[in-house]
Design a protein around this ligand. Structure first.
Ligand code: GLN
Length: 451
């Protein structure tokens, strides 16, 4: 109990937790003690996890870090958290995040940014972003407050924060983890996954989180493989593709060097390295930033001041006034920007030029990957184009923030499993991540390459 309370208290310095629930973790630990005595231990008995605040947790406030959901306490449990708790895990708290999972630095949270526990070693003392949107998850794990956490990844929100904080995180194949009870951002892209210190812990957590759920129509009706038992660092016979289009212009030398060392790790493990081409890569970012806001604008229409959270009802207001006042006060600036972009690209005059076009390009991006799988079994790339940037550095410039997702969004658009693992440090001692992308359903191959 002391250790769990201390973790939660330490989390305040990082602003990692939005809701502190050490009592939940303590209860799970006590159940584990009883289980140990009677020989009834489960896969995650007593493991204290952080839960990203995008997951609905029965009886615990869930806000997706947005003011508009303040006071919303779900009466139901998301499928993923139900599975984790069913496997014996406990919850230390609900973790801070970018508002509605929109962002790459955790600075869009209505409850303040999260601090990364990392510092540069060159005297540059500016506080660093933990990445986003799963920034509370990455920060809490990197600071050793929790051994693991849930994340969600729509365009990179598990992988990029993992890379920024020197931990591991995997986004499984779209459909592996149920989206039921996860606050929706862009439903055709949203996918839950684990973040943890290493690949083995990710495999254990992913096994507990995955599985068919009739309550999610896009859930995959497939058995969950035993990923942990299947772990092997031997890559003999595996062809690892290096997509040449990811060598983007102006790529910093340290990211080039990271990639080279990743290639060496793969070779040392017995893999064959092949160059491959993903010709539509340069269209992935603009495609993502049309499709994701389009789906978000539709998903976020439900926050109307009637059904959930806050309601702003000015004197003598009409229903329409109430909607406008609630949404103006309740949503943050980035969320409003996405809603505006989304409704614009879906509007009658622009639908074909933007939304339909983006869907076609999305299909081309998916086809690029299908062709690449003829020449290789896995792909290796950097996770992000830089190490963690300073808080405040990009927040006023959404485009430079969006550019941070350049290497993570293609796998999201194609629904492929992708993982970030620590790959080394930059010149200032900050962690850099390597991304491994696999064929649909080949989480095992991804995990093994990351091991
Ligand atoms: N940074 C991306 C965005 O802002 C991805 C977010 C995510 O994966 N949830 O949309």
């Amino acid at each position: 109990a002391d250790a769990f309370n201390a973790s939660v208290t330490a989390g305040r310095k990082l602003n990692a937790f939005l809701v502190e629930t050490p009592e939940h973790a303590i209860e799970a630990a006590e159940a584990a003690d009883r289980g140990r005595a009677t020989g009834e231990l489960r896969a995650l008995s007593g493991v204290p996890l952080g839960i990203k605040d995008l997951f609905c947790t029965a009886g615990y406030q869930t806000t997706a870090a947005s003011h508009i959901l303040e006071g919303f306490t779900p009466t139901y449990e998301s499928t993923v958290t139900a599975k984790l708790f069913g496997a014996g895990a406990g919850m230390l708290g609900k973790l801070n995040m970018d508002q509605f999972a929109m962002g790459s630095s955790n600075e869009t949270s209505a409850y303040g940014h999260v601090l990364s526990p990392w510092r540069r070693n060159d005297g540059g003392n500016a506080p660093l972003a933990p990445g986003g949107s799963s920034g509370g998850s990455s920060s809490a794990i990197a600071a050793r407050l929790a051994p693991g956490a849930t994340g969600t990844d729509t365009g990179g929100s598990i992988r990029q924060p993992a890379a920024f904080t020197g931990i591991s995180g995997i986004k499984p194949t779209y459909g592996r983890c149920s989206r039921w009870g996860v606050v929706a951002f862009a439903s055709s892209l949203d996918q839950a996954g684990p973040m943890a210190r290493d690949v083995r812990d990710c495999a254990i957590l992913l096994e507990a989180m995955s599985g068919f759920d009739p309550k999610d129509s896009t859930s995959l009706d497939l058995p969950v493989p035993q990923w942990e038992a299947g772990l092997s660092s031997d890559l003999k016979g595996k062809r690892v593709g290096i997509p040449k289009e990811y060598r983007v212009e102006g790529m910093p030398a340290e990211i080039e060097a990271l990639w080279e060392s990743g290639i060496r790790f793969m070779k040392d493990a017995g893999a064959e390295i092949v160059e491959v081409s993903l010709p539509h890569t340069k269209y992935a970012l603009p495609t993502y930033y049309i499709i994701a806001p389009a789906e978000a604008s539709s998903n976020l229409a439900r926050y109307d001041g009637v059904r959930y959270g806050v309601r702003e009802l000015p004197e003598g207001a009409s229903l329409a006034d109430m909607y406008a006042a609630t949404r103006s006060a309740g949503f943050g600036a980035e969320v409003k920007r996405r809603i505006l972009i989304g409704t614009y690209v879906l509007s009658a005059g622009f639908y074909d030029a933007y939304y339909t076009k983006a869907q076609k390009v999305r299909a081309l991006i998916a086809r690029d990957f299908e062709r690449a799988w003829e020449a290789c079994d896995l792909l290796l790339t950097p996770t992000a184009p830089s190490a963690a940037f300073a808080l405040g550095e990009k927040v006023a410039d959404p485009l430079s923030m969006y550019l941070n997702d350049v290497f993570t969004v293609p796998a999201s658009l194609a629904g492929l499993p992708a993982m970030s693992v620590p790959g080394g440090l930059d010149a200032t001692g900050l962690p850099l991540g390597l991304q491994i992308i696999g064929r649909p359903l080949d989480e095992q191959g991804v995990l093994n390459a990351g091991l």
